[in-house]
Design a protein around this ligand. Structure first.
Ligand SMILES: [Zn+2]
Length: 302
């Protein structure tokens, strides 16, 4: 039972849209790449946990606070017996382990130690459970999900599941029986209710609306390679085809996501969609799909 799903993270959505319309800084590009990759890996792992037969409560991507420290958990599985905490890593390529540290083999650079991350999470989760009055054992694992991941000199006796061990690991989980009771349910619900959201807007506030390239981007590949006639858009890059109404609605969603405080007016959307040269079309689509507010002068849509 999925009690908390895993929507595409807001920051990832923001970065994707900004990337289409401006030149991101190097570190932001890296962040976009890492977030997209991480999200992809987590979704792959979700498919595995969601397939397990014994009943459990699955909580994906929880951000909680314990003892004034925030901690994020990729995946939490509440069931009879221990609670399972999973830190999912979608690392690809060759890495090595030395003196308690992880390094990328190609760059020789040290990377964030996922075991330390896991340990911190587990400890904060345990404290949180205690403070809520629950006494349950926790089993925590780092899951390396990418089949192209390899760790040289891998440490023994560490809570790590490598890609080639994953099938066995999952079938073991599948064999353990589990019966859920009210206790499990109330814990799961409490944790979901404590989930925090972080606003990424501050971080990207320098990308004001006038700094972004205007025009309609493709709904499939986010490129500007679309040909537009009065009925539909056709992408020259990926072949994606979309009706003009859907494209305008999507443009509005884009503005709302990037600039949640901006008022949606015909003029704003018209400027945003630069390549659609009929203001009448924009006005019609807004009227048909959104709620119109205000007087003739200063109309805006919600
Ligand atoms: Zn496209």
């Amino acid at each position: 039972m999925i009690l908390k799903d895993r929507p595409e993270p807001l920051e990832l959505r923001l970065l994707k849209l900004l990337d289409a319309r401006t030149v991101l800084e190097e570190k932001e590009k890296k962040s976009l790449h890492n977030k997209a990759k991480g999200y992809e890996g987590e979704k792959v792992f979700d498919l595995l946990t969601e397939k397990l037969a014994p009943p459990s409560y699955l909580l994906h991507d929880l951000l909680l606070e314990s003892n004034n420290s925030q901690f994020q958990m990729d995946s939490l599985m509440i069931r009879q017996g221990p609670i399972y905490l999973f830190e999912v890593k979608n690392f690809e390529g060759d890495f090595y382990y030395e003196n308690g540290r992880f390094y990328s083999l190609t760059s020789n650079k040290e990377i964030k130690n996922p075991l330390l991350q896991l340990e911190r999470c587990e400890s904060l989760l345990r404290q949180l459970l205690q403070s809520l009055g629950y006494r349950m054992a926790i089993e925590a694992y780092v899951i390396f999900i990418n089949p192209k991941f390899h760790l040289y000199q891998s440490p023994m006796n560490q809570p790590i599941v490598y890609p080639n061990q994953l099938p066995d690991f999952m079938s073991k989980l599948n064999r353990k029986s589990s019966t859920l009771n009210g206790h499990h349910k109330s814990l799961a619900e409490q944790l979901v209710s404590m989930h925090q959201t972080e606003s990424p807007y501050e971080k990207y506030s320098k990308y004001s609306i006038d700094r972004l390239k205007k025009g309609v981007i493709c709904g499939g590949c986010h490129s500007f390679g679309v040909s537009i006639n009065d009925r539909y858009l056709q992408c020259r890059v990926c072949g994606h085809r979309e009706g003009i109404d859907a494209a305008v609605v999507r443009a509005v969603e884009e503005i709302r996501l990037l600039y949640p405080h901006e008022r949606i007016t015909t003029n704003l959307v018209f400027e945003w969609c630069e390549s659609i040269d009929s203001k009448k079309t924009i006005r019609r689509v807004l009227k048909q799909n959104l709620v119109c507010n205000g007087k003739t002068k200063g109309l805006f849509y919600e």
